[in-house]
Design a protein around this ligand. Structure first.
Ligand code: HEM
Ligand SMILES: *[C@@H]1O[C@H](CO)[C@@H](O)[C@H](O)[C@H]1NC(C)=O
Ligand SMILES: *[C@@H]1O[C@H](CO)[C@@H](O)[C@H](O)[C@H]1NC(C)=O
Ligand SMILES: *[C@@H]1O[C@H](CO)[C@@H](O)[C@H](O)[C@H]1NC(C)=O
Ligand SMILES: *[C@@H]1O[C@H](CO)[C@@H](O)[C@H](O)[C@H]1NC(C)=O
Ligand SMILES: *[C@@H]1O[C@H](CO)[C@@H](O)[C@H](O)[C@H]1NC(C)=O
Length: 353
């Protein structure tokens, strides 16, 4: 009996010691991560997003896309938010991002509001993740408990952004491979593509489908003819690079209309339409999500949580950025520079007396 207890004690010790010295093993994200350090973070983020979206409903879509473009490039670590400096080659100028990323200033406004309430605590990567869930809800989509505790990267990788972010001209096998590389399944691909139920795309990404598909001199045959005429009016050949709604039926609403559009050949991008029109395992998932909004919403929620878990930095990795566009070392340098310039302007004032 005595030795049994002794063994138990030893076992307990081993468990405690392991628990203390191997934080990386259980460095899991947790929806209540900020319970003690920033309990109001969700409502603070929500308030900023809600205000902005009253004037600019499209911003909900733009914020979700920002999170996606963060997670697919070295994980959900806010690398996409880092601006060019002498040590950072920003992902913002990678081909899939250049002139199409939106919401960077909104993220900065959210960060300012969060810092005012809980300075130095909430990562920019978590802000992007929270803003995505909130954007889904404000758009009419599902809500979920957002796992939190991500930290921000010290690096960005423009090359990797060009490599990992899927192209709108892709076929199903290329799309599947891009998602598989992130640990995401075919169901994740179809569910997450459902985010194209709102937001806009530039004409450049569909001109080939409208005028000369795969060098045939003809439009994409998987495009509805009425929809084709409508898109040609919005995107004239040789015209300006206009914006087009992703969803012809409910452009700013997060609903399952994306999937019904695909079934009537009204998917906007080639990478959208192929999910229905290419024979294979994506087609029945499109049919399922169109027949059952709850099935889509449940899958979207699960896939968003999966995407939000990609290669996250936790524990002592990375940092909590003070300013989302710069690593802290750089922010500190900028602060010193601005104090120095204030001092020198003070000197000028003094010397002008
Ligand atoms: C499956 C592969 C995907 C491809 C090829 C793709 C491609 C694109 C392209 C080309 C645009 C238009 C950008 C522009 O013209 O400015 C766009 C916009 C958008 N994408 Fe995707 N995307 C994909 C997956 C996703 C995923 C997984 C999400 C989020 C979960 C997402 C969310 C969005 C949203 C919401 C917009 C509209 C943004 C706005 O209006 O500012 N996309 N996407
Ligand atoms: C970061 O770069 C973006 C353009 O990519 C620009 O709009 C923004 O003002 C920059 N942020 C800062 C703080 O300089
Ligand atoms: C990004 O867009 C700007 C402005 O349109 C352009 O001058 C620049 O060459 C583009 N950068 C890349 C890397 O494509
Ligand atoms: C960026 O990603 C590429 C892979 O595409 C890799 O070869 C390179 O080492 C990465 N650069 C940095 C600075 O991590
Ligand atoms: C998909 O596109 C890739 C790259 O363009 C190509 O190599 C591949 O053959 C295509 N697959 C199918 C099934 O069309
Ligand atoms: C369509 O594209 C192909 C290949 O790029 C080109 O050879 C052909 O001239 C184009 N056709 C038309 C009608 O523009």
């Amino acid at each position: 009996m005595r030795s049994f207890h002794a063994t138990l004690k030893v076992l307990c010790c081993v468990v405690v010691v392991l628990g203390v010295f191997t934080p990386s093993l259980d460095a899991q994200l947790d929806p209540s991560f900020y319970r003690n350090t920033c309990p109001r973070v969700h409502s603070i983020v929500r308030e900023v997003v809600r205000e902005v979206s009253k004037k600019d409903p499209r911003m909900l879509a733009s914020l979700i896309r920002l999170h996606f473009h963060d997670c697919f490039v070295q994980g959900c670590d806010a690398s996409v938010l880092l601006n060019n400096t002498d040590t950072i080659v920003s992902e913002q100028q990678a081909l899939p991002n250049n002139n199409s990323l939106r919401g960077l200033n909104v993220v900065n406004d959210i960060k300012t509001a969060v810092e005012a309430a809980c300075p130095g605590v909430v990562s920019c990567a978590d802000i992007l993740t929270l803003a995505s869930e909130i954007s889904s809800v404000l758009g009419g989509g599902p809500d979920w408990k957002v796992p939190l505790g991500r930290r921000d990267s010290l690096t960005a990788n423009q090359t990797l952004a060009n490599e990992n972010l899927p192209s709108p001209f892709s076929n199903v096998s290329v799309l599947k491979a891009a998602f598989l590389k992130q640990g995401l399944t075919t169901t994740d691909l179809v569910a997450l593509s459902g985010a194209h139920t709102f937001g806009r795309a530039h004409c450049n990404f569909i001109l080939n489908r409208l005028y000369n598909f795969s060098g045939t001199g003809r439009p994409d045959p998987s495009l509805d003819t009425t929809y084709l005429q409508q898109l040609r009016t919005q995107c004239p050949q040789g015209g300006p690079n206009n914006l087009v709604n992703f969803d012809v039926t409910t452009p700013d609403k997060f609903d399952k209309a994306y999937y019904s559009n695909l079934q009537v050949k009204k998917g906007l991008l080639q990478s959208d339409q192929v999910l229905f029109s290419t024979p294979g395992d994506t087609n029945p998932i499109v049919v399922k999500f169109n027949s059952d909004q709850k099935a889509f919403f449940d899958a979207f929620e699960a896939s968003m949580i999966k995407m939000g878990n990609i290669d996250v930095l936790t524990g002592k990795k990375g940092e909590i950025r003070k300013h989302c566009n710069f690593v802290n070392k750089r922010t500190a340098e900028l602060e010193i520079a601005s104090v120095a310039s204030e001092e020198s302007s003070a000197e000028v004032m003094v010397s002008s007396y």
